[in-house]
Design a binder for this molecule. Structure first.
Ligand code: ZN
Length: 234
C-alpha cells in the first residue's frame, strides 16, 4: 500500500518549541511509524511545487494523510480539486487534527466544520466502536496529559461511524474519530495531534493511523468507474 503523508510544515520551521517535538516535521514522524508497519510511504509539503501533490503522486497514492493548520488558505484550489477528484475515484483520506478546517475536508463534508476550541488541557479518549477495524488493538481508553481542546458541536454531516469520543477535563466532549464515504473514497477524521505536543509518538495514536490506512485503502474493482451511456446487457 502506498501512503502519502502531507504536512503544511510551517510551525516546525518557525517555532523552536515545536521543532523540539518534531525536529524533521510532523510528516516525518508519521512516515516513520508507517514505514515500520510495512507501508510504502512518501511525504509532501505545502512549499513544494504543486504542494508535492502532482498528478503522478496522487495517482500513485492509495491513502493520503493530511495535516494542516496555519496556512489552509495557501493551498491552491486546483490542487484541492485534484485531491477531491482522486478521492471520488477511491483514494483513501485520513484528515488529522486542525485539518478539520482544510479546504479539502470542508469541500468533502459540505459544512463549515467549525468547532469549539481552546488552549490545552487533559484529554481522555474512549473507543466506542471496539469492533471497527480502525479500533483494532487500541485501548478502551487512553489519555493525553495535555492536548488542545476541541468541543462539540463539530459542524460535520452525520458520520457513517463514530469510533472514538473525547472527554476534556474542562467538561467538553468531541467526536474524535469519524468515518465518511464520498464517491469511492473512504475518509477518516481523527482529532488529536496539536503541533506542540508529542501526540504522534503515542502508541494508541500510531495504531489508529496505521489501522486507518488499512481501512481506507481502495479495493480493486473489475469494472469501469463510470459509463454514462451503455448498451443493454443480454
Ligand atoms: Zn492544534
Amino acid at each position: 500500500m502506498k501512503v502519502t503523508v502531507w504536512n503544511e510544515y510551517r510551525h516546525e520551521k518557525s517555532e523552536e518549541h515545536i521543532r523540539a517535538v518534531y525536529p524533521e516535521g510532523i510528516h516525518a514522524q508519521i512516515a516513520s511509524f508507517l514505514k515500520e508497519n510495512g507501508f510504502d510511504v512518501t511525504t509532501a509539503t505545502l512549499d513544494e511545487p504543486e504542494h508535492g501533490l502532482t498528478a503522478e503522486v496522487l495517482e500513485n497514492t492509495d491513502v493520503l494523510i493530511w495535516w494542516g493548520h496555519m496556512a489552509h488558505g495557501e493551498v491552491k484550489d486546483e490542487i484541492v480539486e485534484k485531491v477531491y477528484e482522486r478521492v471520488m475515484r477511491g483514494m483513501g483520506l485520513v484528515v488529522l487534527h486542525s485539518g478539520h478546517h482544510s479546504k479539502i475536508f470542508k469541500k468533502l463534508m459540505g459544512t463549515s466544520c467549525n468547532l469549539k476550541w481552546h488552549e490545552s488541557e487533559k484529554e481522555r479518549i474512549w473507543t466506542i466502536a471496539p469492533n471497527h477495524p480502525i479500533a483494532k488493538g487500541v485501548d478502551e481508553t487512553f489519555t493525553f496529559p495535555l492536548e488542545e481542546m476541541y468541543g462539540e458541536r463539530f459542524d460535520i454531516p452525520e458520520p457513517e461511524e463514530v469510533i472514538f469520543m473525547s472527554w476534556f477535563s474542562g467538561g467538553y466532549v468531541f467526536r474524535s474519530g469519524c468515518t465518511f464515504k464520498r464517491g469511492l473514497g473512504k475518509i477518516f477524521y481523527f482529532r488529536p495531534g496539536h503541533e506542540a505536543f508529542p501526540t504522534y509518538y503515542d502508541e494508541n495514536v500510531k495504531k489508529i493511523i496505521v489501522n486507518a490506512c488499512n481501512w481506507a485503502c481502495p479495493v480493486s474493482f473489475g469494472g469501469p468507474l463510470s459509463a454514462p451511456c451503455v448498451a443493454p446487457l443480454e
